[in-house]
Design a binder for this molecule. Structure first.
Ligand SMILES: Nc1ncnc2c1ncn2[C@@H]1O[C@H](COP(=O)(O)OP(=O)(O)O)[C@@H](O)[C@H]1O
Ligand SMILES: [Mg+2]
Length: 454
C-alpha cells in the first residue's frame, strides 16, 4: 500500500519518502487512516512490523494543527525501556524533520534539568518510560491534562516489566477526551483487560497471528551439551560454521550468563559486547551504537535489555539458552528478518530444554528443524569418524535406522554427545540429504577455535 493513499499530510509524505520507505507495512496501512480520523486504535503486529511509524506518522500529521503550551505536553508516548524511548525519539526526528516540534525524552539515567527545560518550553511530544514520567509528575513540573494523543507502545513488554500499575496511574491523569493508540506484539489476558479500560471503541488492527514469526527467517535448533563450557564451545563452532554472518545477537536467559559469554567470546578473539539491564544509560547507548556501526559483531543480551531494539540489519540470532517464556522466542528472533529481509535464527538446545522448545513450537505453530539431526538420533548415534571427503553427498539409503548404534564414547569424563562431535566431516547418515544440507557445511571452515574454555 502506498503512503499517499493513507491521508497523511504533504510534509509527512515528504519525509517518509526521504526515509526510504516505499510502501506502508500492513500495520501502517490499516492503522494510520483510523488514527488520522482521531479514533482509538489497537494495533497488534509482530516485532519488526513497523509499529513505530504506524503511530509516529499520524501523530505528525495531527500535530500540524495547534501548538504546545508550557508544561502541558500535547501528546504522550510510553515506552518500556530507555532504548526504545530513544529510538522513538529518533523516529520523530527523522520522520518529523519538516515539523518544528519540541520533543522531550523523559527517561531514567539522564538528568532532570535538561528534561525540565524542555517541558517548561512546552513539548509537542513527550516520550517517556513510566517510572520517570511519574517522577516528573510527583515533582509537580508536569501536567497531563493537555494530552490529546496517548500512545502505549510495546504493551506486552510493559507487562513483563511490571509497568501496568504505573500505566494505570498515568492513565487516570489524562483527559478522557484524548485519543489512545495502543500497540503490542502479543495479547496476553492482562493486556486485554487494560485495553478494555484504556480504549474507547477502538479500531482493532491485527496483522497476522500475534505469535507468528516472519517467513523470511530461517529457524534451526541445535543439540548442545548442558555443561556450560562445552555449550560455549558448541556455540563457537556453530558460529564458525555459519555462512554470511554479518552480525548477531546472542540471547541468554540470565544476566550472569550474558557476562560469562561476553568474557569467553572476547577471550576467544571474537568481537563481542554485552547489553544487560544493569548497565547505566550511557554504556548501553554506547554499546548499541558500536553494534549498529558494525564495530562490534556479536551483541550478547538478555531479554529485558533487548526487546524491541531497532537494529535494522541483524543477520543472525543465536539463542544460547532456550527462552523460558515462549513469547520471548518470538521477540528474540524478531530482531532478524525485518521488513522482508532474510534472517537466520539458531537455538542451542540441551536435553533439559526439550519441554520449553515444545512450548515455543506450539506457540509459533510449527516445528523448528534440527540443524543436523533430531535429538533422538544424535543421542542414538555416536561420534562419526572424521576425515571423510567434505563434499561427499550423504546417501539416502544409508539412513540411520539401518545403522547399528555405535559404542558409547569411550573413557574419560562422560560428555553429552553433540552435533559438533564430528566437526570437520560431513555427517554421512545423520539426516543430511540432498536438499536439506546447509551449503556452508560443504565449505572449508574459515577458522576453527580451540576447545579450551574461558
Ligand atoms: N514502511 C516501511 N518501509 C521500510 N522499512 C520500514 C517501514 N516501516 C518501518 N520500517 C523499518 O522497520 C524496522 C522495524 O520497525 P519498528 O517500528 O521498530 O517495528 P516494531 O515496533 O513493530 O517492532 C525499522 O528499522 C523501521 O525503520
Ligand atoms: Mg516497536
Amino acid at each position: 500500500m502506498k503512503f499517499e493513499k493513507l491521508g497523511l499530510s504533504d510534509k509527512v509524505l515528504k519525509s517518509v519518502k526521504e526515509a526510504g520507505f516505499d510502501e506502508a507495512t500492513p500495520i501502517q496501512a490499516e492503522g494510520i487512516p483510523p488514527a488520522l480520523e482521531r479514533k482509538d486504535v489497537l494495533g497488534l503486529a509482530q516485532t519488526g512490523s513497523g509499529k513505530t511509524a504506524a503511530f509516529t506518522l499520524p501523530m505528525l500529521s495531527l500535530l500540524e494543527k495547534g501548538r504546545a503550551r508550557a508544561r502541558m505536553p500535547r501528546t504522550l508516548i510510553l515506552e518500556p525501556t530507555r532504548e526504545l524511548a530513544a529510538q522513538v525519539e529518533e523516529a520523530f526526528e527523522t520522520l518529523g524533520k519538516y515539523h518544528r516540534l519540541t520533543i522531550a525524552l523523559l527517561i531514567g539515567g539522564v538528568s532532570f534539568d535538561e528534561q525540565n527545560a524542555k517541558i517548561d518550553r512546552g513539548a509537542d511530544v513527550l516520550i517517556a518510560t513510566p517510572g520517570r514520567l511519574l517522577d516528573h509528575i510527583e515533582r509537580g513540573k508536569l501536567m497531563l491534562h493537555g494530552i490529546d494523543i496517548f500512545v502505549v507502545d510495546e504493551a506486552d513488554r510493559m507487562l513483563d516489566m511490571g509497568f501496568i500499575p504505573d500505566i494505570e496511574r498515568i492513565c487516570k491523569l489524562l483527559p478522557i477526551t484524548r485519543q489512545t493508540l495502543f500497540f503490542s506484539a502479543t495479547m496476553p489476558p492482562e493486556i486485554k483487560r487494560i485495553t478494555n479500560q484504556f480504549l474507547h471503541n477502538p479500531v482493532t488492527v491485527e496483522v497476522s497471528k500475534t505469535s507468528s514469526t516472519a517467513d523470511t527467517i530461517e529457524q534451526k535448533k541445535v543439540k548442545t551439551s548442558s555443561v556450560p563450557r562445552e555449550k560455549r564451545a558448541d556455540m563457537r563452532r556453530l558460529i564458525d560454521k555459519m555462512d554470511g554472518i554479518k552480525n548477531a545477537i546472542i540471547f541468554a536467559n540470565r544476566k550472569r550468563t550474558v557476562g560469562i559469554i561476553e568474557r569467553s567470546m572476547k577471550k576467544h578473539k571474537y568481537s563481542a559486547a554485552a547489553l544487560h539491564g544493569d548497565m547505566d544509560q550511557h554504556s548501553r547507548m554506547q554499546t548499541l551504537k558500536a553494534f549498529r556501526d558494525n564495530e562490534v559483531t556479536f551483541l550478547i543480551a538478555s531479554d529485558v535489555a533487548a526487546r524491541g531494539l531497532d537494529i535494522p540489519d541483524v543477520s543472525h540470532i543465536i539463542n544460547f539458552d532456550v527462552p523460558v517464556h515462549a513469547e520471548d522466542y518470538v521477540h528474540r528472533i524478531g530482531r532478524t528478518g525485518r521488513a522482508g529481509r532474510e534472517g537466520h535464527a539458531f537455538m542451542l538446545v540441551t536435553d533439559e530444554e526439550t519441554k520449553a522448545v515444545k512450548a515455543i513450537e506450539n506457540l509459533i505453530g510449527k516445528e523448528i528443524e534440527w540443524f543436523g539431526d533430531s535429538l533422538e538420533k544424535v543421542e542414538a548415534e555416536q561420534p562419526k569418524q572424521t576425515g571423510k571427503p567434505r563434499n561427499r553427498k550423504p546417501k539416502r539409503e544409508a539412513a540411520s535406522e539401518d545403522r547399528k548404534p555405535k559404542r558409547k564414547q569411550r573413557g574419560g569424563r562422560k560428555r553429552e554427545p553433540s552435533v559438533y562431535d564430528d566437526v570437520g566431516s560431513v555427517p554421512d547418515s545423520s539426516g543430511f540429504h540432498e536438499g536439506n544440507m546447509p551449503d556452508f557445511l560443504s565449505r572449508p571452515l574459515t577458522r576453527v577455535s580451540s576447545n579450551k574454555e574461558a
